[in-house]
Design a binder for this molecule. Structure first.
Ligand SMILES: [Zn+2]
Length: 241
């Protein structure tokens, strides 16, 4: 058997067993594991890892762990700083696992491309995330450990609004929201529509108090800047605080 000393940065503490948090701990291994295997064996999906140093040198996931190595692992606390993942500056696109319907609505409300269905199975989620280069959001760390997943994030909170804030921070999305851009129901694009064109579809109070409307180009859902709009602006303000 061989041993190595491992230190994991504090932003990953809640993915670690309590006795491994904020300390150097000894990891015992046999054979010739990759560092990716070692990190996932202690409970951290590779998608959560921003940087790895072995004996003060940056390495990638393919590095083979040696007896006596001193290993340091960092998360993404300094968002987008990584020697492992290229965080390309392009439109972020998400896919959410089956339990995250409310988070999907928040992300669509903010205008982000968010694929969500409540009937995707795990292999399908992983395949779509990989093929479409979508960021997989889930609370299931084992789903993120699948090797075809390149980018993902393990949500810490169980509260949808807090989850949205986590995603904004992790992927550096402050200031990138586009309200009234996507449909909350289906992720389709919205476009402005004249009040006259939809007059017969509006409830009397909406007809009376609002003049600016949008329609989903995919499912025809109608949106206007009502009380939910004020609520949305407050949420965005909170997220970007
Ligand atoms: Zn729609």
């Amino acid at each position: 058997m061989h041993t190595t000393i491992v230190h994991i940065s504090e932003d990953l503490n809640n993915l670690l067993p309590p006795d491994c948090r904020s300390i150097d701990f000894v990891y015992t291994f046999s054979g010739n594991p990759s560092i990716k295997h070692l990190i996932e064996a202690v409970g951290i999906p590779h998608t959560e890892v921003g940087q790895i140093e072995v004996n003060d040198i940056y390495v990638d996931f393919k590095y083979k762990v040696q007896n006596g190595d001193q290993i340091k692992v960092w998360g993404f606390k300094n968002a987008n700083i990584s020697n492992l993942t290229i965080e390309i500056d392009q439109e972020v696109r998400f896919i959410l696992d089956n339990h995250l319907g409310k988070l999907a609505a928040y992300l669509r409300m903010l205008g982000f491309d968010t694929l969500y269905q409540n009937n995707f199975q795990d292999p399908e989620l992983a395949r779509i995330a990989s093929n479409q280069k979508r960021i997989l959001l889930t609370r299931d760390r084992h789903l993120l450990m699948r090797s075809i997943i390149n980018r993902g994030y393990c949500l810490r909170s169980q509260l949808p609004q807090h989850q949205a804030i986590e995603v904004i921070k992790r992927f550096n999305l402050v200031g990138k929201s586009k309200p009234f851009h996507r449909c909350l129901r289906c992720n389709g694009f919205l476009k402005p529509i004249s009040k006259e064109a939809i007059l017969d579809k509006l409830l009397p109070m909406t007809r009376r108090y609002y003049d600016e409307f949008y329609i989903c180009q995919s499912c025809n859902q109608i949106y206007w800047k009502g009380s939910h709009y004020e609520h949305m602006l407050n949420i965005i303000k909170q997220m970007e605080a």
